[in-house]
Design a protein around this ligand. Structure first.
Ligand SMILES: NC(=O)c1ccc[n+]([C@@H]2O[C@H](COP(=O)([O-])OP(=O)(O)OC[C@H]3O[C@@H](n4cnc5c(N)ncnc54)[C@H](OP(=O)(O)O)[C@@H]3O)[C@@H](O)[C@H]2O)c1
Length: 331
């Protein structure tokens, strides 16, 4: 940016919560310095997720530390390391997760600074675009799928199999050797789920959706769920004793739990939130994603690219419920 001082950078910033158009501006801010145990990353792509929108809009209560640069996820190259970090990390290509968690330095900026364990080495062959789509969705999917044990040879059901988390869950489950069914809401999303590796794709809005999944399997071992209220009947219809139904999202009404049916079915309900996963559990999920990248098991979804100066439009596109992912291109 012309007139920008050498210790400054361009960033999308908000100081209070609200609609993107009302609160997000793109301006010069001080470039972050690295502290002990931290790395600074020259950002290539910044990935947007529903959580970034919810935090910026306000329903997810967060303290703003003077200003907030949004976005948890991103990719780029380490250009500075703080005390205690191996100097050989300078120049390393990385994918970044949870950058804006308890930090003002999200990835919607030319640079971000994160604890070193949040900048994960990226294999040379993995493009920065794909790397910026991983963080929140892929780590969530990895924990939901594998947090209760291996799934090789088992049947897995992924609700919303074309969503950001859902698509990662389908790909990871396929890679892990599970048979995968995915629910979606239309033909474009069905095609995405099939490309991700789903063996069965069912439109959950069709009247006989339960029967279609039941005809495929009534012994689903793991269910990756984003709307327990809407899908509990389907989930129970295809469960067996020991099935783990892992819920990672909530919109709308909390369900009334049919405890007798849940007991009789012998299922486990687990609820996961990335922000409260114990550190070793989070690290295990990150390791799964890294292994999947090495195995070329995660593919780039359809993306819409926006310039950093157009971050407001990028947030509005995310709120519209995109087919695929929204990235800010800083490369
Ligand atoms: N717990 C955590 O740590 C965590 C982590 C990541 C994300 N999340 C949350 O999870 C939710 C999804 O995130 P995302 O990034 O994957 O969003 P996304 O990319 O918008 O995907 C959501 C998908 O779910 C589908 N869907 C909606 N209602 C459904 C239903 N009843 N059954 C089956 N599919 C349904 C949507 O398509 P249709 O509406 O067309 O069906 C869409 O394809 C968000 O609320 C996000 O905040 C939580």
């Amino acid at each position: 940016m012309s007139g920008q001082k050498s210790n400054e950078m361009l960033a999308a910033v908000y100081k209070k919560t609200g609609d993107a158009r009302d609160v997000v501006v793109v301006r010069s801010v001080r470039r972050p310095e690295v502290g002990a145990g931290q790395v600074r990353v020259k950002v290539a792509f910044s990935g947007i997720n529903p959580t970034d929108v919810k935090i910026r809009k306000g329903p997810t209560q967060r303290q703003i530390d003077g200003f907030q640069i949004p976005h948890m996820d991103g990719s780029g190259t380490i250009d500075a390391v703080g005390p205690g970090v191996d100097l050989t990390r300078i120049g390393q290509r990385v994918w970044v997760h949870l950058a804006a968690h308890e930090s003002r330095w999200g990835t919607a900026a030319e640079w971000t600074v994160v604890a070193q364990h949040r900048a994960i080495p990226l294999p040379d062959e993995v493009p920065f675009e794909l790397a910026a789509t991983l963080g929140v969705p892929a780590v969530t999917a990895a924990n939901c799928l594998l947090g209760d044990g291996p799934i090789a040879g088992q049947d897995v059901l992924v609700a919303g199999g074309a969503g950001a988390v859902g698509s990662c869950a389908v790909q990871l489950a396929h890679w892990q050797g599970a048979r995968v069914a995915a629910t979606v809401s239309g033909e474009a999303k069905a095609e995405m789920a099939r490309l991700a590796g789903a063996d069965l794709v069912v439109n959950y809005r069709e009247a006989d959706a339960v029967r279609q999944v039941q005809a495929w399997s009534s012994n689903v071992a793991r269910i990756v769920e984003l709307d327990l209220s809407a899908n509990l009947d389907l989930d129970l219809a295809v469960s067996m004793p020991g099935t783990s139904i892992v819920t990672y999202a909530v919109d709308g009404e909390d369900p009334v739990l049919p405890i007798r049916r849940l007991m009789t079915a012998g299922v486990s309900l687990r609820f996961m939130l990335l922000y409260t996963l114990p550190a070793p559990v989070l690290a295990a999920a990150v390791d799964v994603v890294s292994a999947a990248l090495l195995a070329a098991a995660l593919q780039l979804p359809p993306v819409q690219l926006f310039a950093l100066t157009d971050t407001v439009s990028a947030h509005e596109a995310q709120e519209a419920g995109p087919l695929g992912r929204i990235l800010i291109d800083l490369s």
